[in-house]
Design a protein around this ligand. Structure first.
Ligand SMILES: Cc1ncc(COP(=O)(O)O)c(C=O)c1O
Length: 467
């Protein structure tokens, strides 16, 4: 798990930004200070050129195979984005149609996620899955507290049970909202959270269990149905009724289309709430998330605030107040534009590319696959046990970066921290053709690294060398 620490800033020198003479205009400064606001205005064209040129250094998003977040949208989306850039999601009164469209979107999601009656479900858009997870967690905590208060029991020590491989937003939730995190370690035997481990961790102070649909490290689904069954058995034995929140940041927009028979959603009564990132496999630019509760009563009313809406009032539950509204319209555009069939074929294409890549990488001599991209289109691999060579996956990551590809290597969490894995996230936009070029580059670099007769000099590597 990520360690908290001081926030570090990228150090830049304080040298002024020098303007290219081509862009500086008569009477304009030819240098701009870097860390203090310039005294005088700059021509819009000049300022544009500076920002444009600086952001060019960010690299090519399409070659970034580290991120889950959307890096491509079509022309119509860009038009909507530009037209809607001024909309503030919280101004329900000023933008009632955007508010209505937000409701249509989460109702579509409730239906997609097997809600028995999507009219009884309740949901909201958020800035991303992190906020959506916080809201899911807060609802669990508040419901637990109400039940404890009603029973006259102590409500001062809530805990949340989840895999040690949860995304950092759950650590944040526990830290920010004073909930004890109970991490179930992952191991070679239990690579994801599963039923048999739960009993040891759950007690009367457990506000819920988080199940991850698409573990961030490997892309593998946690067996939500099995987790629910284990909690059913536990309830029979102990009377404890522990709800599940499904963190479907990626998988909630994959499973309905590619694995319709996998039962993980509101088809299971124990699943109280589900979140997803509209900006991941929802295919929208950042930042958009969604959270939906199976039925309205699972979201305690005392968490809901009312904002003015067409002279009446509109319930809202959010951490942010103001936030861009354009992404909600983009999500709606995509729901209309693609429909179920369209999403199925876009996600299917990503899955095919992921499987094509994982199969080829699995066959390369030094690697063992940790996952193959058949859950979400994300897979990871490690060096074979006993691999002899003077290189690590960090070196391969460095070599690929020289060719423009961002393919991160990182340690697995906690108990498996000695294992380094490398991961590829296949998104819409990584074509089979591009994947072919990537494979060629991986093959070339692996050959180079395997031929090394001594470790690379320390200055040539971004991370220390150890197996
Ligand atoms: C499983 C899981 N949960 C939550 C998040 C956080 O999502 P967001 O970046 O939308 O806040 C991620 C992001 O990678 C994730 O993989």
């Amino acid at each position: 798990m990520a360690k908290t620490g001081h926030i570090k800033h990228h150090r830049e020198t304080a040298e002024p930004i020098e303007l290219n003479p081509l862009f500086s205009r008569l009477g304009e400064a030819t240098e701009l200070p870097r860390f203090v606001m310039p005294d005088r205005p700059t021509q819009p064209e000049t300022a544009y050129q500076i920002v444009h040129d600086e952001s060019m250094l960010d690299g090519n998003a399409r070659l970034n195979l580290a991120t889950f977040v959307g890096t491509w949208m079509d022309e119509q989306s860009i038009k909507i984005y530009a037209e809607a850039a001024d909309k503030n999601m919280i101004d329900k009164d000023e933008y009632p149609q955007t508010a209505a469209i937000e409701t249509r979107c989460w109702r579509m999601l409730a239906h997609l996620w097997g809600s028995p009656d999507s009219e009884k479900s309740i949901g909201t858009s958020t800035i991303g899955s992190s906020e959506a997870c916080m809201l899911g967690g807060l609802a669990l905590k508040r419901r637990w507290r109400h039940a404890r208060d009603a029973a006259g029991k102590d409500a001062s020590k809530p805990n949340l049970v989840m895999s040690a491989a949860v995304q950092v937003c759950w650590e944040k939730f526990c830290n920010y909202f004073d909930v004890e995190p109970r991490y179930i370690p992952i191991s070679e035997q239990y690579p994801v959270l599963s039923g048999p481990q739960l009993e040891e961790y759950v007690d009367e102070n457990t506000i819920g269990v988080v199940a991850i649909m698409g573990v961030t490290y490997t892309g593998v689904y946690e067996p939500v149905e099995e987790i629910a069954a284990a909690l059913d058995a536990l309830q029979e034995k102990t009377g404890l009724d522990i709800p599940i929140h499904v963190d479907g940041a990626s998988g909630a927009m994959i499973a309905p289309f590619l694995q319709p028979d996998f039962v993980w959603d509101f088809r299971l009564e124990r699943v109280h709430s589900i979140n997803t990132s509209g900006h991941k496999y929802g295919l929208v630019y950042p930042g958009l998330g969604w959270v939906v509760w199976r039925t309205e009563d699972l979201l305690p009313d005392d968490l809901v605030f009312r904002v003015s809406y067409l002279g009446g009032d509109m319930p809202t539950f959010a951490l942010n107040f103001s936030r861009p509204g354009a992404q909600v319209l983009l999500q709606y555009y995509l729901f209309l534009r693609l429909g179920f069939e369209g999403y199925r074929s876009v996600q299917g294409a990503s899955r095919d590319v992921a499987k094509y890549l994982s199969e080829a990488i699995g066959k390369m001599g030094p690697f063992d696959l940790c996952s193959d991209g058949s859950d979400i289109p994300v897979f990871a691999w490690k060096l074979k046990d006993g691999h002899r060579g003077h290189w690590t996956l960090y070196d391969l990551s460095d070599r690929l970066r020289m060719r423009g590809w961002l393919v991160p290597a990182y340690p697995m969490p906690d108990d498996l921290a000695a294992i380094t894995v490398q991961r590829i996230v296949v998104r819409n936009g990584l074509s089979r053709d591009l994947a072919g070029s990537l494979l060629n580059d991986i093959e070339t670099e692996v050959k180079y690294l395997e031929a090394l007769e001594a470790p690379m000099p320390a200055e040539n590597r971004s991370r220390p060398h150890h197996h």
